[in-house]
Design a protein around this ligand. Structure first.
Ligand code: PNW
Length: 486
């Protein structure tokens, strides 16, 4: 900072009272010299690091009645009064179904190496099971071909929350049949797309969609008692496991299968060995119903003891399927869970956030860049994972489009730079993170928050569908071009 100013400017800034020549001569440059500011030391990522961005079908596609698509639980839910802010729905969303070519051009202009999208199950199987709808799959064929032509590697998520309504009518995730139906659908899609898609993720954020059966904030909007929620959760992890097996059975050899899970990324409140050890324990226990059971093939004793009579019903065969080894793990990380060591039997305690804790526009999005250091590091250590992707990370902001077409989202740039700095810290220590997908390529339907909360690095005017790069898009383009922090 100092060497950007001449001595005189610096003195002026300090005020005349501070004009003590002896103090200044040691730090300021000669009065007339122009000093070229130097960039900070390059913080580059390993060669081949995959810079990407992500979206999901219901959040961007629109075209909900086209080419034979069946209704999903989000169509139903978003049309119920009072469920989504401002009564917003995904009926049109970003009209990506028709504008995907334009959107691939946005990706190309950013220099993206990879793009993570999801397939809408009700496009492919309008009734969830039964006869597939080839026109539905064709959309993804067109998208994938367009991506490959732009030299962008497709990463495909098979379930990002848009369950066919026909399956919900038969119990949805409360029914084991849904886990089997998912596996059938996943195998079918992988069988058809794996000639061009090498990476498949089964489910996105199990804990988020399970919430649709617990808090009712997401589709289908149910509030089940704990035993019911635990059973839904079990069917979700089972669907993942059966899905991995079905994909392996139908996809081309060499296809890689994983998932995209929003772990609670535990962060030691103080970086000492004692608190770090407690944080590793916490990571395993607070994620016991999701990533832990998938990685270990069994529920932890503490999880089952805590659930007691409400524990899910399962068989040995279920547990074997759930623990099917994956080729990679995708972690969606937005926010930290702070942990400290204590002398409880668990050996750790969660630290609640005070009201003054800084967050982005979404009230849940507490800012804690270290989550991107400790999350993947502890996951890799706990479960010996060799290939990790950050399948989502990003921030919501108020994002005002100025009359001359700028969006100065300095808060999002600040967020991204700080988080990527922590990711770089981990990667340079050898944490095996191979790529990063920024959420999101463009503003889109933010579930129960509708279009009110914007996560994109491109601003979308939903009246005209015009996309405008925000300051954060310029930032990310530089990061990608330099393969490092900018
Ligand atoms: C993820 N939380 O959702 C989803 O995968 C995306 O579809 C979504 O748009 C994005 O993150 C931003 O919200 C989350 O409350 C929703 O901690 C809520 C939470 C986390 C992730």
């Amino acid at each position: 900072m100092l060497n950007r100013f001449s001595r005189r400017t610096f003195a002026r800034l300090l005020g005349s009272a501070a004009l003590a020549p002896t103090a200044l001569t040691t730090i300021a440059t000669p009065a007339s010299a122009e000093v070229t500011p130097s960039a900070p030391a390059a913080r580059t990522f390993p060669q081949g690091f995959l810079w990407g961005s992500a979206t999901a079908s219901y959040q961007v596609e629109g075209a909900v009645n086209e080419d034979g698509r069946g209704p999903s639980i989000w169509d139903t839910f978003s049309h119920l009064p009072g469920k989504v802010k401002n009564g917003d729905t995904g009926d049109v969303a970003n009209d990506h179904y028709h504008r995907y070519k334009e959107d691939v051009q946005l990706m190309k202009a950013l220099g993206l190496k990879t793009y993570r999208f999801s397939v809408a199950w009700p496009r492919v199987f309008p009734q969830g099971t039964g006869t597939p709808n080839p026109k539905g799959l064709d959309f993804y064929n067109r998208l994938i071909d367009e991506l490959l032509a732009a030299d962008i590697q497709p990463y495909c998520t098979l379930y990002h929350w848009d369950l066919p309504q026909a399956l919900e009518d038969k119990g949805g995730w409360q029914s084991r049949d849904t886990s089997e139906a998912f596996a059938n659908y996943a195998g079918y899609v992988a069988g058809h797309l794996s000639d061009r898609v090498k990476y498949f993720m089964t489910l996105n954020e199990m804990s988020s969609f399970v919430n649709g059966y617990a808090t009712g904030r997401h589709a289908p909007g149910l509030k089940l008692p704990p035993a019911g929620v635990n059973q839904v959760r079990h069917h979700a992890v089972l669907a993942h496991g059966l899905g991995v097996q079905a994909i392996r059975a139908h996809a081309k050899p060499g296809t890689r299968v994983g998932l995209a899970e929003n772990i609670s990324a535990c962060v030691p409140i103080i970086e000492t060995p004692e608190h770090i050890a407690a944080t590793a324990k916490a990571m395993r226990e607070v994620n016991a119903g999701y990533l832990t059971v998938i990685m270990e093939g069994r529920y932890t004793d503490a999880y089952l003891a805590h659930a007691g009579a409400d524990a899910p019903k399962f068989t040995d065969a279920d547990m074997k399927a759930i623990g099917t080894p994956v080729d990679f793990v995708g972690l969606n990380i937005y926010t930290p869970t702070y942990i400290r060591a204590d002398d409880s039997p668990a050996g750790f305690a969660r630290i609640p956030s005070p009201d003054s804790y800084p967050h982005m526009m979404s009230p849940w999005l507490h800012v804690g860049p270290e989550a991107l250091y400790w999350g993947p590091k502890l996951a890799a250590q706990l479960w010996n994972i060799k290939e990790i992707y950050i399948t989502e990370n990003g921030a919501s902001s108020t994002d005002v489009l100025t009359p001359d077409g700028h969006v100065y989202d300095s808060d999002r740039v600040m967020y991204l730079r700080n988080y990527l700095t922590q990711l770089h810290r981990g990667v340079s220590e050898g944490v095996p993170v191979r790529g990063y997908f920024l959420w999101s390529l463009m503003d889109n339907f933010e579930w129960a928050d509708g279009y009110a909360y914007r996560f994109g690095i491109h601003y979308v005017d939903f009246a005209t569908q015009k996309r405008t790069p925000k300051e954060s898009a310029h930032f990310y383009r530089e990061v990608i071009a330099r393969n490092g922090l900018a």
